[in-house]
Design a protein around this ligand. Structure first.
Ligand SMILES: *Cc1c(COP(=O)(O)O)cnc(C)c1O
Length: 481
């Protein structure tokens, strides 16, 4: 029998595949199933209800406010999603030839990869990008491998990476996986990496620095350029963790601060809904002297205007991911950047910073600010002394917010602030939404000071109640008591 598979999705080109020549596979009889598999027999309606019910328990930016600091949980315009689902992009197979198959099927995709590289260069001040890394952490590892490859070529015997104590945990992890030992640099009384501490730890062993700026407290380090200069003075390289680019996009460029390697989290700054582990993209950009070490392949534009994949990079660290990275995520970022343009991107940063400072100023009489100064895109609070005396912790505030329909902020991070509550409103929220969140936070603060026992059992109105954390960690089946 000749099998014909036809896709009849409206608006899509029908694809006919007639695998007439596929040989029969003879499977050994001892490997064949003896009786029918015991599959659950459910109607379509039962299945639809089950998954719809599960999806309703989910919380996302599309439901309500999501002030999860360090994550940039902004609203991602649906138009980017729509364009990424065009069959001409979504149905491309990574093994399609570059120039054949019914006329240049892959040329458009290669052009996107090339043009977003140019856009990211302009945004960051770097010389060239790779789109391969699949997340920020993966970009960090790529960057550390590039750093190691550079030092190997220079004949440098360097062993350590300097990282501030406020860093995201992936920074020291990436440095360690790349073979380096990590020296943690304390933050100063202003909440930023202390330049004197950097000076004290500076020696020929220092291979480089990893820095997030503004950092995970939402604070910009005014000495960032001097710190980069110091690292360069011992022939070290500087790595910019771009997770917080939302705060400065269009306004300032890490390349101009003096960074040699940069990763961006396209899923944070540039229009990919995320959470729950992906998909993401962590493109890495480098300064000119590090370009030869970038992963292969690289998309180039030929003189005749066509695009091609280039593999001829003998110093490359090799493949860091299959094919070209998460192409769909890269494509969404490309759409988003072109849609917003230069002015739009500047307004992203302006409004992200304005919103964070608004929340900070309105909440600062009710919670204790970790560092009371102008913040960038996020601000970090801790509990008041009275709350602490009442036995209230950040977790209680977070759980109480769930009862009020808000996603809690990031809690207990950065670890240098006890009972940290890290709020990142992002630029996409209206003043009305921010006000209702702030009002909820104020109500909870009053309860935490006056009726603390009520908070300790929250959430009480949500689909689930508060798990017994100890049992939850030990036995997943009886977590909810
Ligand atoms: C999110 C984040 C990372 C890691 O990025 P992923 O894309 O989640 O792997 C690294 N550093 C900082 C500061 C972050 O906020």
């Amino acid at each position: 029998m000749k099998l014909v598979f036809e896709k009849s999705v409206p608006g899509r080109r029908a694809v006919r595949i007639a695998p007439a020549n596929v040989p029969r596979i003879n499977i050994r009889s001892d490997l064949l199933r003896q009786k029918p598999a015991n599959l659950p027999e459910l109607s379509e309606l039962d299945v639809v209800r089950h998954f719809t019910e599960l999806s309703r328990r989910n919380f996302g930016v599309d439901n309500n406010f999501y002030p999860l600091g360090s994550c940039t949980m902004k609203y991602n315009p649906k138009v980017a999603e729509h364009i990424a689902s065009y069959p001409g992009f979504a149905d491309l197979h990574p093994l399609l030839p570059q120039l054949r198959m019914g006329g240049m099927l892959t040329q458009g995709a290669l052009r996107v990869l090339h043009e977003i590289d140019l856009l990211l260069r302009e945004i960051t001040g770097m010389a060239e990008f790779t789109m391969q890394p699949l997340a920020g952490a993966h970009g960090e590892l790529t960057g550390m491998m590039i750093m190691a490859a550079y030092h190997r070529e220079q004949g440098n015997k360097k062993t350590t990476i300097l990282i501030p104590d406020s860093a995201h945990g992936t920074n020291p992890a990436s440095a360690a996986i790349a073979g380096y030992s990590v020296v943690s640099i304390p933050s100063n009384e202003n909440g930023v990496m202390d330049i004197e501490a950097v000076r004290q730890h500076l020696n020929d062993e220092v291979a480089g620095l990893m820095l997030t700026c503004p950092n995970t407290l939402g604070l910009f380090n005014p000495h960032v350029k001097d710190i980069c200069d110091l690292i360069h003075s011992v022939d070290g390289l500087t790595y910019y963790d771009g997770a917080n680019l939302n705060a400065i996009v269009g306004k300032a460029r890490p390349g101009d601060f003096g960074f040699d390697i940069v990763h961006l989290n396209l899923h944070k700054t540039f229009a990919t809904p995320h959470g729950g582990g992906g998909p993401g993209a962590g493109p890495v950009g480098v300064k000119k002297k590090l370009v030869p070490f970038l992963p292969v392949s690289v998309v180039i534009k030929r003189n005749d205007g066509t695009y091609a994949l280039q593999y001829d990079r003998p110093k490359s660290i090799g493949y860091i991911a299959p094919f070209y990275g998460n192409f769909g995520v890269v494509l969404k970022a490309y759409v988003y950047i072109l849609m917003l343009g230069k002015e739009g991107l500047c307004r992203v940063a302006e409004n992200a910073v304005l919103n964070a400072n608004y929340v900070k100023e309105r909440l600062k009489g009710h919670y204790k600010l970790a560092f009371d100064r102008l913040c960038k895109h996020e601000c970090v609070f801790t509990i008041s002394e009275r709350m602490a005396q009442n036995g209230i912790h950040a977790v209680d505030i977070a759980k109480a917010l769930i009862d009020k329909g808000f996603h809690p902020p990031t809690v207990y991070f950065p670890t240098i602030v006890k009972d940290a509550m890290m709020i990142e409103p992002t630029e996409t929220e209206s003043k009305e939404t921010l006000d209702s969140f702030i009002d909820a936070m104020i109500e909870i603060a009053e309860q935490a000071e006056n009726e603390p026992e009520k908070l300790k059992t929250a959430p009480t109105t949500a689909v689930v109640c508060r798990p017994n954390e100890t049992i939850a960690a030990k036995n997943l089946n009886i977590a909810y008591l």
